[in-house]
Design a protein around this ligand. Structure first.
Ligand SMILES: NC(=O)c1ccc[n+]([C@@H]2O[C@H](COP(=O)([O-])OP(=O)(O)OC[C@H]3O[C@@H](n4cnc5c(N)ncnc54)[C@H](O)[C@@H]3O)[C@@H](O)[C@H]2O)c1
Length: 278
């Protein structure tokens, strides 16, 4: 029988995050907040980094003494340095990073102002790269760690009106693979999670002419079973994958993409051949 709560009797790792110190970006609200809460549930400690100061502090307060907040704009190298210093001062180091912060602008590429395009790539792709760069020394000196980059189904397939977002989310998968190779010898694992749509609040501020109710009604995920899909995903499904990747249970996984999209990007039931319309 083992005394270590993160292993089974046979010594295999299970999803526990006892004493793990994780920085989660964009965790003032939405998916990031749900990830932070789950890390705390599993015995870990979390540092929330976000541009939203009052909501970020309120989230940390709600999560209790195992959570803290640092103001962080992921596009700022100095901001990352400060976040790592705060992690050092308040948590004594870091064991992981979740690059979750992102922005979304829906719209045709030809209508998108160059500044908006550049800002989206800066927040969604350059930001996570700066984050990996900033936490690498502290993870390395602690003997290793786990980094999870939150991409999207838009990082696995294309869609009209998401060109810039999609480019940033595909880019994250390249960032994951290359940094996993660079950091493997330091026992730092890097993986990507590609969630399906589970939090409509992210795109409501940016929908413009986009008809969200129509989209949700007509999009191929409805009805799920007729598309060969078991269900749609919610934030809980995504958080479980993220905490698993942060834990030692995922020690065999690095440099990989994990879709949590209930087969959205797996393919489609083909009409006219056996299995369709059953
Ligand atoms: N909403 C969905 O259905 C969905 C689907 C697939 C993937 N995702 C991905 O999940 C992640 C979280 O999305 P969400 O739905 O919770 O979004 P959200 O808009 O609710 O939350 C994003 C958070 O990031 C923060 N943020 C934005 N810019 C920042 C910056 N420069 N520096 C630091 N923080 C910044 C925001 O303040 C906010 O707290 C994103 O990476 C998103 O691309 C979301």
């Amino acid at each position: 029988m083992t005394d270590d709560p993160s292993t089974t009797r046979s010594g295999d790792a299970i999803t526990r995050l006892d004493r793990r110190r994780i920085l989660v970006t964009g965790a003032a609200q939405g998916l990031g907040e749900a990830i932070a809460a789950r890390i705390v549930d599993l015995g870990g400690r979390v540092l929330i980094g976000d541009v939203l100061v009052a909501p970020g502090e309120a989230t940390a307060e709600r999560l209790g003494p195992a959570a803290g907040f640092v103001e962080l704009d992921v596009t700022s190298p100095e901001g990352w340095d400060r976040a790592v210093r705060v992690a050092d001062d308040e948590l004594g180091g870091l064991d992981g990073l979740v690059n979750n912060a992102a922005i979304l602008h829906l719209g045709l590429l030809e209508d998108m102002a160059p500044e908006r395009l550049a800002r989206l790539i800066e927040v969604n792709l350059v930001g996570p790269a700066l984050g990996i760069r900033a936490v690498t020394p502290v993870l390395r000196s602690g003997g290793g760690g786990s980094i999870v980059n939150i991409s999207s189904i838009a990082g696995l397939e294309g869609m009209n009106s998401t060109v810039a977002y999609s480019a940033s989310k595909w880019g994250l998968r390249g960032l994951t693979r290359s940094s996993a190779i660079e950091l493997g010898r330091d026992r730092i694992r890097v993986n990507t999670v590609c969630p399906g749509m589970g939090n409509p609040e992210m795109f409501t501020p940016f929908i413009g002419d986009f008809d969200l109710p129509l989209y949700l009604e007509k999009a191929p995920q409805v009805p799920y079973q007729e598309q060969g899909r078991p269900r749609n995903v919610d934030m809980h499904d995504v958080t479980e994958m993220v905490v698993w990747l942060l834990s030692d249970a995922a020690r065999g996984c690095s440099g990989a993409d994990f879709a949590v999209d209930a087969a959205w990007t797996a393919g489609k039931l083909a009409p006219g051949v056996p299995g369709f319309g059953r």
